[in-house]
Every structure is written in C-alpha cells, then in structure tokens.
Ligand binder design. Sequence first.
Ligand SMILES: [Zn+2]
Length: 340
Amino acid sequence: MTATTFLDEHARHAQPGHPERPARLEAVRDAIEADPALAALPRLDAAPAPRKALERIHFPEYLDLVEAFCESGGGDLDIDTYATPDSFEVVRQSVGNLLALVDAVMAGGADNAFALARPPGHHARPAQAMGFCLLANAAIAARHAQMEHGADRVLVIDLDVHHGNGTQECFYDDPSVLFVSSHQAEIYPGTGRLEETGAEAGEGATVNLPLPAGAGDEVAGLYRDLLPPLAARFRPNLVVLSFGADPHRLDPLAGLNMSVAGLVDTVGVIQEVADAEADGRLVVTLEGGYLPDVLAASVTAVLRRLVDPTSVIDDPFGPTSRPPIDLSPLTAAVRQRHGL
Ligand SMILES: [Zn+2]
C-alpha cells in the first residue's frame, strides 16, 4: 500500500510572483483527485512536527529566528526565500506529514509513501534558510527514522535538478546516512561536485552525480549502473527520496531535458533498490518543479509507479526532442571515485 498526505493549509505560504507558489500543489491535488485509483490512496493525518524532531537537524537558535521572523510579519529570509506570518506553522505541518509517513513505512502500515510537501527542503542548512527552503525536510525525516525507529542506515537520494546542498551538509561527516544527489552541474546552488564525497567518518558517504545540461533520460541509466552497487554496499534500512520535477525539459529553472517517463524510470530504479535492500521501505518527499502541469503529471506518474511497479507511463508531454548526452564518462568517474 502506498500512503500520501496532503498539506491542506499550504496556500498560507505564498508570495506574489514567486515560482514556489501554491498553484504547484493545487495542480497536484487536482490531478490526484481526477484519478480514482490515486484519489483512493490512504492519506494519513498528522500533527505538526515536534520541536525535538527539528532540533535533531537544525540549531535551536535558527528555529527561534524563523518562528520570530514569521510572528513579526515575515518577508525575505534571503534573496529568494520568503516567509509569511503563517510559514513556520505551514512548514512544521508539512514536515509533520512527512514524519507520519516515515512512521507508517517503518512500522509496516504502508509499503511506501509520498509526502506532498511545501515548501521544499533540500537547500535548507542547519542554521540558514536557502533556495525557497525553510526546514531540511528529507534530513529531518532520515534522522527521525534513525532516532524513533532504529533505522541504523538511511539512504537519501536527491533527484531534484538542483544539488541538495542542505541535506548534504546535514550528514557530511556522518557514515550512517548515504547521500546520493544527481543534479545539473554549475547551476544553483553551485555545490555538488564529484569531489565532494564527505568528511571524517563520513568520507565516501556523499555521492554527487553532477550532470551535464541536456543529459536527458540517460539519467535513468546512470542510476541503474551506480545505485544498486552503492546500496548493496551500504545496506540501508530505509530509502528517502527527494523528488523534484524540475529535471523535466519544460521546467523554467533548469535545462536537464528529462521527460516524465525518464523521471519515473529513474524512480523505478530507486524503488527496485529499496525492494532489494530495504524491504521496499521508500518515502518520497516533494522538492522542486515549477511548471504546475508538469509537476502534477510527474507526481501522479510516480505515485502510479509506487502503487504498481509494472504500471505503464502515460507521458502527456512526450519524449525529449534532443538526443541525450552520453553519461558513460561520468559513470566511470563515479565508479573510480567511490571504488565501485
Ligand atoms: Zn530544484
């Protein structure tokens, strides 16, 4: 069984003209409601994330700062990250929903799950909001699974087109979390080079896959080559996936040139790895994706794949038009760097 949650009050986190806007999740909700099989998926009720869960990743002073900033009316926390008077409440509920899904998957009440989160989380640093993100959703979820459910090793994968710098930073010296991020090289936030592999005890537990612009659906093949051996070596108890739809060829914020089918194929590889190494335990949390129609088509296609791995993908936007780029040099470089 695949579980979801929907963030009912998310529209209170909004700023006119900003690409990270309520229309994103509204489009996803409409697309889910339009498909009876998806509309029937269980949606778990959840409490806002407890402070304790947030403090496992974020500094207390940072949480106090964001809360006070919102209470005093909100505004811009950095050049592209806003908060409204309600944003702290919204994001705590969003993370609470995600943690409820982690609880369900770890306790066996659900096979896998997809949290329809807003705002995204993978750029949020332990003490700094960044890149539309206030709380490090995926990192909080991974640590929650470790502390509350005894998940000794968590594999966190980041499929958003941007590097998950915040998630990486949270676990950079931590060997108990294997972080794998694929992202378009040399765009925001500028980190995620192949040479960033972790520090101290966490050396080797950060795997960056910096992709050339236009890589296209070859990304699925890259995952198929690299993820199974990485996961077999690490033996995760849980897989957390930061899913962004912004690798899609139509997304206005990047140029990776993937199709919906390519994105879902990649998630399929990740699901197979979760099946093989973690008894199928896979929790997906939504990151970016800034064209609401593409986001909705991508999220619903991923949900169908989570429900039924044999589902055939109906890609309303069609295949990529340009030929993909050969990623075998990157595959070889990652194999060498990480001893695969
Ligand atoms: Zn992104």
